[in-house]
Design a protein around this ligand. Structure first.
Ligand code: NCD
Length: 390
């Protein structure tokens, strides 16, 4: 029952956990929702009549209860507070370790017979891939669907971009549909960051030109962690087309932050000019560069970013830089081989070695990709929820 005070009316609902109140000089009913062990949330209901306000309050009460008790669990160790994941440079060591830890629970979950929970029920994720992709796009799709989010694959090839609409206009249009996450792959460097500055949704960079691909580096880190437990004392070689590879850049940043020592091995012309600003040791020779390495990460030649005229002869390239059993012997005994895919067999990696599950972690990387993307979706959406006052 509402009690009339001289300056304010109020009413309690649901065992005193919802309080509705209206000040004398205000038209609208306010609500205060206080769940056990949670901070109270105060907000206007936006309604003038008590009946409407009650409905809104009950709806928000159920949402908060679900959010706190069932759907999103608060993790007191959550240190990554950002709502976007666009650059590895934005992650510190603790953030990275936290994301890897959060992904751990999804590794066993993904091996269950029924691979579905309701963690992101009612949430909407858009896949916007302006470049070819199979594994990254499907990996995000599988991740979102296993958490019960609705996933929309935008057929970019058929999009209004082809009618002259700017990318930012397309993003603003999609943003108006209230998505929770936009997963973006695009040939332009820095585009995910720019989009993240103009939309409300969380943005994940799934590859921007030769710049960054943070979830790939996180899944690589998780794959390595599963094998070696620690990164300190690990020596990792990243080999091939470093200049055009966003995977190389993100891995150098993330693996070195975790404490690994990175050797970069590439033909001189494929070493970026600013490579000396990154914490790596440079080699142009596989024998020297692989010495003492525990992990050898091979990269695809990024044909789509290289002028055909300066493409190396594939056979010659394989002889010098392609990884086979013989070159792998330069690394530590039992060293593991990685590749983000898609592979060009016989160009950067020997086909038999790539398929040798005693040495190659390539299939394991794909499995870890789903777990990492589930963790990233969960963390970013949870962070976004924490910023909302509703
Ligand atoms: C990489 C990419 O797209 O940058 N692939 C991937 O995400 N799995 C590497 C590549 O295309 O060579």
């Amino acid at each position: 029952m509402s009690t009339i005070l001289t300056h304010m009316s109020f009413k309690f609902l649901k065992s005193n956990q919802i309080k509705l109140y209206k000040r004398e000089n205000s038209k609208y009913w306010q609500m205060k929702i206080k769940l056990p062990k949670q901070q109270a949330v105060r907000s206007s209901t936006g309604f003038k009549t008590l009946k409407d306000a009650e409905q809104i309050a009950i709806k928000n009460y159920s949402f908060l209860k679900k959010k706190n008790n069932i759907v999103i669990r608060r993790n007191p160790n959550n240190i990554y507070k950002k709502i976007h994941l666009v650059e590895s440079a934005d992650l510190n060591k603790k953030d990275i370790e936290f994301i890897l830890d959060e992904a751990k629970k999804f590794i066993s979950f993904n091996k269950k017979k029924i691979k579905k929970n309701n963690l992101l029920e009612g949430r909407t994720v858009f896949n916007l891939f302006f470049e070819d992709s199979t594994r990254t796009r499907t990996s995000f799709e599988v991740a979102a669907k296993r958490l019960s989010a609705d996933l929309i694959n935008v057929a970019v090839k058929d999009s209004s971009i082809n009618k002259g609409e700017t990318l930012l206009d397309t993003m603003t249009t999609i943003n108006s549909m209230n998505p929770d996450v936009l997963v973006i792959r695009h040939p332009e460097e820095g585009i995910s960051k720019r989009i993240s500055e103009s939309v409300d949704a969380c943005v994940i960079n799934a590859g921007d030109g030769s710049h960054e691909h943070p979830t790939q580096a996180l899944l690589d880190a998780l794959t390595i962690k599963n094998k070696f437990k620690k990164f300190t004392k690990l020596q990792i070689a990243i080999c091939g087309d470093i200049l055009h590879s966003r995977v190389a850049r993100s891995n150098i940043i993330i693996l070195s932050k975790l404490g690994a020592k990175i050797n970069v091995i590439a033909p001189k012309e494929w070493l970026p000019k600013n490579i000396n600003t990154l914490p790596v040791t440079l080699y142009t020779d596989m024998k020297k560069g692989l010495n003492n390495c525990d992990v050898v990460m091979m990269l695809r030649i990024q044909k789509e970013r290289i002028n055909k005229k300066i493409m190396p002869n594939q056979k010659k390239y394989f002889t010098k830089y392609g990884l086979d059993y013989k070159k792998l012997e330069y690394a530590n005994k039992n060293a593991f081989v990685m590749h983000p895919g898609p592979m060009n067999r016989g160009v950067e990696i020997d086909s038999k070695l790539a398929d040798d599950v005693t040495r190659s972690l390539i299939q394991e990387q794909v499995a870890m990709g789903v777990a990492i993307r589930m963790a990233c979706l969960e963390i970013l959406i949870k962070n976004k929820d924490d910023t909302l006052k509703f």
